[in-house]
Design a protein around this ligand. Structure first.
Ligand code: NAD
Ligand code: WQD
Length: 345
């Protein structure tokens, strides 16, 4: 029996593949590499000393996906594949609705056809939109404020309807807060194409000298130092949350929702200071205006995941910055360097 990991070459997927293999699971990966590199898969294999099958296909290609299900004895799916850039989703909404919704529809239909009913879905704290209470618990009202977030909210709704219609389904909706950091080996990590949208990869690229300074988006929020506060979670803790959710799938009711965060927030300036400490480098920054659509404060109530999944984060801000820096300094150009090298030999 194998776990199918969609989007397994991506940032969170690759870290989860490592933890799955190390916990003894067989895995099969499907990824169209639209936002990732084959090299990530090679490194997962190297880190775990295990080979596994990876299909370079698009989830929307039903025929090919059916071949994957026909060939492997799949018991559960962890569905990471999707587009995730908020800004791009505002500019190209149909690309996001098409790719995120349709790939999930095809996946669920193929799963039903092959009698595979266990699914873990990558949702996001973004579904809460502008939260009215802090910390945010799973019962807080939803109200995503951009097309990307709305695709996540719509998929959640679709999966709830599916679970309601067919009691065979066992579905876990995991709402991630702000994943950061990298595997402690420094071999796999986050490798954004172009200008990073998120804070930590931007700080990392300033630290390594690829960018001049961090623009801090607003210092007039009602927070500890006026800058935005977020619940950053180490990607390995997040990956381990998936293993817990997987082991609980068959025991729980047929649809569950969990926040995956640490329950504590850090400001932009606190993150910059922690990164300076971890890297031993000065991180120049300037205060810029607020980013449209940003909120001041966002952190999770993690009580439900702690109690029901028996899961707790173990890595704090120092480990997040240390591991991000190790990855960034060992791979100043992300995965590209080795691909170029491989093409030359
Ligand atoms: P990522 O872009 O690194 O990984 C996604 C992977 O899916 C990529 O390897 C991409 O090539 C693949 N993919 C995309 N569309 C596909 C398709 N149609 N068929 C096959 N493969 C496809 O992103 P990530 O940061 O690892 O995020 C994983 C999931 O978690 C996404 O669904 C994302 O929306 C969600 N999420 C991410 C964050 C975050 O900040 N990173 C926060 C909350 C939720
Ligand atoms: C964090 C803080 C910024 C960049 C986004 C998505 C969300 C989810 C995670 C997928 C904020 C500030 C940032 C910079 C800055 N992704 N910042 N300068 O906005 O919480 O969430 O990623 O689901 O959907 O919206 O994360 O890392 O962009 O920002 O000052 O150059 O850093 O204002 O306070 P965010 P982020």
């Amino acid at each position: 029996m194998a776990i199918l990991v969609t989007g397994g070459a991506g940032y969170i997927g690759s870290h989860t593949c490592v933890e799955l293999i190390q916990a003894g699971y067989d895995i099969v990966v499907v990824d169209n590499l639209c936002n990732s590199h084959k090299e990530a898969i090679h490194r997962v294999s190297e880190l775990t000393n295990q080979s596994f099958t990876t299909y370079h296909i698009d989830l929307m290609d039903r025929e090919l996906l059916e071949l994957v299900f026909a060939k492997h004895d799949i018991e559960a799916v962890i569905h990471f594949a999707g587009l995730k850039a908020v800004g791009e989703s505002v500019e190209r909404p149909m690309k996001y609705y098409r790719q995120n919704l349709y790939s999930t529809i095809v996946l669920c239909e193929v799963m039903e056809k092959f009698g595979v009913y266990q699914l873990i879905f990558s949702s996001s704290a973004t579904v809460y939109g502008i939260p009215k209470q802090m910390p945010i618990d799973e019962d807080a009202p939803l109200g995503a404020i951009n097309p990307y977030g709305r695709t996540k909210q719509m998929i959640e709704q679709m999966l709830q309807d599916l679970a309601h219609a067919n009691p065979h389904w066992r579905i876990s909706l995991l709402r991630y807060f702000n994943p950061v950091g990298a595997h402690e080996s420094g071999r796999i990590g986050e490798d954004p194409g172009g200008v990073p949208n998120n804070l930590l990869p931007f700080i990392a690229q300033v630290a390594i000298g690829r960018r001049k300074e961090v623009a801090v988006f607003g210092n007039d929020y009602d927070t500890i130092d006026g800058t935005g506060v977020r619940d950053y979670i180490h990607v390995v803790d997040l990956a381990l949350g998936h293993l817990k959710a997987l082991s609980k799938l068959s025991e729980s009711s047929n649809l569950q929702v969990y926040n995956l965060g640490t329950g504590r927030g850090y400001s932009v300036l606190e993150m910059i200071a922690a990164y300076e400490k971890a890297s031993g480098r000065k991180i120049p920054y300037r205060i810029a205006s607020r980013r449209p659509g940003d909120i001041g404060l966002c952190y999770a109530n993690t009580a439900k995941a702690n109690a029901e999944l028996g899961w707790r984060t173990e890595r704090g801000i120092d480990e997040m910055c240390r591991d991000s820096w190790r990855w960034q300094s060992m791979n100043p150009n992300g995965y590209k360097q080795e691909e170029v090298f491989a093409e030359q030999v």
